[in-house]
Structures are given as C-alpha cells and as structure tokens.
Ligand binder design. Structure first.
Ligand code: CKX
Length: 596
C-alpha cells in the first residue's frame, strides 16, 4: 500500500486512466479461488458486473442479493510502453469491506476496510500490453471490523451478514478504479492550514515530494495570488477571497517539483481558504458563527446500491440547496471523494465520519439505542486491540484523504457506540488523540451519542469539541405522543444544559419513518402529517437551548436496510423518497431553514 491518497489527475507528467466499466465477476462461496489460482488462470465462470456499483440490487435471486463471503472481480488493464523512470499504481476508491488485489496472478497488496482508497504500487508487476487485474473481495462483518457485525451460517452453509446497524450491507467495488502512471520522483502528499489576518490570509503548507518544491496559488481568473518555494513554509494571500458557507470561492493550487532544475512532476487541485474553530458554544467558520442545517445521508440509491454516480450526487446537492441546507454528515462511513469535491464547490459543510458504527451489541440496536437500552461492547469484545487498530487505520486514512477539503469541518469518530463504561473511555481516548494529531488544521473532533449515552452516564462526551446527539423523542420514545415526548426531551436537555452549557451541541439524527402514501388526520405515526408535527416539536426544543448549534435530520432520503419487522423495505425516515422527491415535511424544513 502506498500512503499517498491524492486524487488522480492527468497532466504532462501524470496519467490517470479510468478502469470503470463492465468487469468480470464471480462469487466464491467455498473460498477456493486462491487455492485454485483464479488470479493467474482467470475466473472460471465469470458473469459481467458494472464497476462502480454494489452487486446486490442488480440480481433477481435473493441468494445473490444477500450474498456474504468471498467474491471476485477481474478486468484487463492495457499499459503502453512501461518505462523505468515511471511508477505505476492501481487505485480503487474503495472495495467493501476488504480485498486482496492481484496483477498478472501476483499479489499487489491488500486492504482492510470498505470505505477508503486502496492505492497499490504495481511497478514491478505490470508489463507492456494486456495485464490481468483480479480482486478477491470479502463482505463479512465481525467485531474487529468497522463497521461491526457478525455472520451467521445457515444449515446449508450459506453465510448471512448481520450488521449491528440498519443500513444494507452493500458490497462490491463502489467507487472508480484508476490505473495511474507518474514519475518515479513524484509528489506524494500535501497539507494546508489557514490563518486570517484582517482581509488577508496566511497559508501554512507542507509538501511531501521527491525533488525541489515550488507552489503557486491562482485565483478564479488565473491570476497569481501567492507563490512559495521549499517543501514547507507560508504563503501570504492579500485580499483573500474566503471560502464561505454556501458561497464557495476556490483557488487553484499548483505544486511543481524539480530535479537538477528540470520540472519532474506537477499536481493541481482546488483549495478553499477558510478557518474552523469552536468558541464557547459556537461553531465558527471564518470567525462567524454558523448554524448547521441539513442531514445525515447514506450513499444509497436504486440499482446502484452504494455505488457512486455523478448524476445522483448532483440531484442530491440540488435537493439540499432547494431545502436550504448547508451541511451533511457522511453517516456512517467516508463517502466517495467526488462528494467532497462537489461540497467544496457548493460551499457545503461536512462532518466526516469513519465507519465506527455498530459498536453496541444488541438484537436490533437502533431500537435499543432509540429507547436508551443498549448493552455494553468494549468490555467483552473478543479482540478489542484489533478493533481499535482497524479503527485507528480508518481515521488515519480518512484524514490523509480528506484533510485538504474546505468542506470538511469536523471528524466524527463513531456513531452510537457504547460510551458508558470505563472500557469505552479507554478505547476512544487514543482515537480522539490520533485525529487531533493527524489533522494539520486541528478541526473539531466529535462522536455521535445515542440515548443510553445520557448526561449522567456518558464517559466520552468530554473528549468531544462539540457534542452530537441522535434523539428520537416521539419515535422510539413516546412514539405517537408528541406532548409526552417533548416533556421527556426537555427533561434530558435540561440535564445537558447543567452539565455542558459551554459546548456546542448538534443534533445529528432526529426523525420518523414516513410513508409517502400515508396521510391521516389526526396524524398517526408513519403518516406525512406526523413527520411534519414531529419536526415542529423538535424545532421548538432546539430553539429553547442556545447551545444547540445545528440540526441534521435523519435521513436525507429513504434508504435500503436489511429485512425485519421494523423496516418496510428500508428505513423510511427520509425527508425525500429514495427517488429524491420531497415528502411533506421537506416543505416544513425548507420554510424553517430558509429563514434560519
Ligand atoms: N441511528 C436510535 C442510526 C441510524 C439508524 C437510525 C434509525 C438510528 C436510530 C437509533 O443508522 O438508521 O433507526 O432510523
């Protein structure tokens, strides 16, 4: 694995060739592909499979949709003349949940974790002409993988993934795959951080590269705004155009490397100048308080499952702009990089979350969590050190990948983990430290608390720069009785007010399952009317507490889950349908958010 996570670019020094398209695919339920040398001999009985996409919803048979275990992808990579002064890489945006990659039958590398890039140096393995690229993937869940879950084995030997979370365990090659060529001596990584000085800005930078570094910052018109030489230092930008919330200004940063006076590599990227800080109970962007409005999302759409698609992303941003949102959380895993690129362009704020989800063991943990009845996890986890190692790696890879996006304003280390035992404190403390150490911009670090993590029991909230709450008063608690729900909600919020009055709070989930077909007066749970009334009740509670600095509704759209008595072909808490059409409550939100 290379530790460079730079997004692929093509220019006179680098070539980035997309390998997306129709690949060959085969399930491997007996895990025999490696011993039978499928990587060198080729898949024995392949079918075609689009990349990027989840495989689940493309089939018509239940066993294929629900498949759990090993599966293979294969394609051909055509390389023009291989030269000794170049390096060659294969880069996957992600492979869910783990993979081993072979080129021409030889192991190129492996990766644990299904939501971050796999960047493999294949310089010694590639040859001119046609090369066979084979991927052995696996989508099993356990209590050392993030997200956490388990696998049950049916009497006929079929495996079933049981996530300790409700979103469908979509799997496959979900993001673009690239064949990259770059000079042997190249640019590996760069980091930026910002300080405002009146109308001007100071950019501190550092570049990891082979050769002498020079950098240039150009404004939108292509005029030079600042330059610098050396692998680290500062640039002074006079009359800086700031990247503002919903009013993005992007500069172009060009990094050049030279060896013996000759340019050897070049990397161009968009950057935005902005600062993020916490001040008392405010979240400040460029020194101004910002109230977060938006959603927890999923990468989820018809047919594609969790596969990235530019058109779906475009529609999502258009809907989010229409409703007056300014923020989303990448619940419950880092999304495809293209989401962040669009957010950078549109001025959206992102709470970037690692797949630290399902760290609570109970039958249907969303039910238990909603009602505050979760049980422990870290104290009796079979191999907590390995789990923490995987969690640590995901934080490291996420920050390496996303640190330079102006849209990213915070890191979320977990969603609804157990946080009430000393074991949970010991588990999370070093992970928070890691995030703080690794981020050159020192953005806020947070985690998302469910109901059991109450003010009197939670041992982890003091680690958070702002506190994220998922609360379902009126759904999992006192469902159908909003008056009772409101009273209980206020009771809890008064406790938080006494405990942590000077910390910003963001509601990262609140919502009701709502059927687009159901209208009822007076309202009942699941009706469109109930979703509207529930939102109004929540808003009045939020507005009562000055430390509440954001509301991210659950969820942007309806999304696919596993089957069960709690889910009607999916989680229906969307403000939009899965086809991205507004429910009635979307108009309630729009009215509020356009004025807030
Ligand atoms: N939170 C009380 C995590 C999300 C679920 C959501 C739900 C739960 C609620 C926990 O991933 O979808 O049940 O709607």
């Amino acid at each position: 694995m290379s530790n460079s996570q730079l997004y692929p670019v093509s220019n006179e020094y680098r070539r980035a060739q997309l390998l997306d398209g129709l690949w060959r695919f085969q399930f491997d339920p007996k895990s025999e592909g490696e011993s039978e040398q499928w990587a060198s001999a080729g898949l024995p009985q392949p079918i075609s499979m689009p990349v990027p996409a989840s495989f689940a919803d493309l089939f018509t048979e239940a066993w294929q949709r629900d498949y759990c275990g090993d599966f293979w992808y294969e394609t051909d990579v055509y390389a023009q003349e291989i030269s000794a002064d170049q390096r060659y890489f294969i880069r996957f945006g992600s492979v869910t949940h783990r993979c081993r990659v072979y080129l021409n039958g030889k192991l190129a590398g492996e990766h644990e974790g299904g939501f971050l890039p796999v960047m493999l140096d294949v310089t010694g393995l590639i040859h001119t002409g046609c090369n066979r690229l084979s991927v052995l993937a696996n989508n099993e869940l356990n209590e050392t993988s993030i997200p956490c879950g388990a696998v049950s084995v049916k009497p006929d030997g079929t495996k079933l993934a049981r996530g300790y979370f409700d979103f469908f365990n979509y799997s496959g090659i979900h993001r673009s795959v690239w064949f990259l060529q770059m000079p042997d001596a190249h640019i590996h990584d760069f980091s930026l951080s910002y300080r405002l000085d009146g109308k001007n800005a100071v950019i501190s930078y550092s570049v990891e590269a082979d050769g002498e570094v020079s950098i240039t910052l150009r404004d939108r018109d292509g005029s030079i705004a600042a330059t610098a030489d050396g692998s680290s230092g500062e640039m002074y930008v006079k009359d800086a155009h700031l990247w503002q919330v919903r009013n993005a200004y992007l500069y172009t940063l060009t990094i050049l490397t030279k060896t013996h006076g000759k340019v050897t590599d070049r990397y161009d990227t968009s950057v935005g100048i902005r600062t993020v800080e916490i001040d008392g109970n405010s979240i400040l962007v460029n020194g101004q308080p910002v109230y977060l409005k938006g959603f927890g999302k999923h990468e989820d759409s018809d047919m594609l499952g969790r596969g990235f698609n530019w058109a779906v992303a475009k529609r999502d941003f258009e809907c989010m702009k229409w409703i007056g949102a300014n923020c989303f959380r990448t619940s419950h895993y880092p999304y495809a990089e293209e989401w962040y690129q669009m957010a950078d362009q549109e001025g959206f704020l992102i709470i970037d979350e690692v797949p630290g989800v399902g760290m609570m063991r109970s039958f249907a943990n969303f039910m238990a969590a909603g009602a505050g009845k979760s049980n422990g996890f870290f104290g009796d986890c079979p191999d907590v050190d390995l789990l923490q190692k995987n969690h640590h790696a995901a934080i490291e890879e996420m920050i390496l990948r996303d640190k330079n996006h102006p849209s990213v304003i915070a890191w979320s280390i977990f969603n609804e983990a157990e946080t009430i035992t000393a074991a949970s404190h010991d588990y999370f403390a070093p992970l928070f430290e890691t995030a703080r150490e690794l981020d050159p911009q020192h953005r806020p670090v947070t985690g998302v608390l469910e109901k059991t993590s109450s003010p009197d029991r939670c041992q982890c909230w003091p680690m958070m720069d702002f506190i994220c709450l998922n609360r379902y008063y009126g759904w999992y608690i006192s469902g159908g009785d909003l008056k009772d729900a409101e009273a209980q909600f206020i009771e809890e919020m008064d406790q938080w007010a006494a405990k942590a009055p000077d910390v910003p709070f963001v509601f990262t989930e609140f919502g009701t399952d709502t059927l687009e077909s159901l209208h009822k007066l007076p309202s009942v749970m699941w009706s469109q009317e109930y979703q509207c009334e529930y939102m109004d009740m929540n808003f009045s509670v939020f507005d009562h507490y000055p430390f509440v600095q954001g509301e991210l509704a659950w969820n942007f759209t309806d999304f696919q889950t596993g089957q069960g008595i709690m889910r009607v072909n999916g989680n229906k808490k969307g403000l939009f349908t899965r086809q991205r059409q507004p429910k009635d409550a979307a108009f309630t939100m729009k009215k509020r958010w356009e004025q807030r």
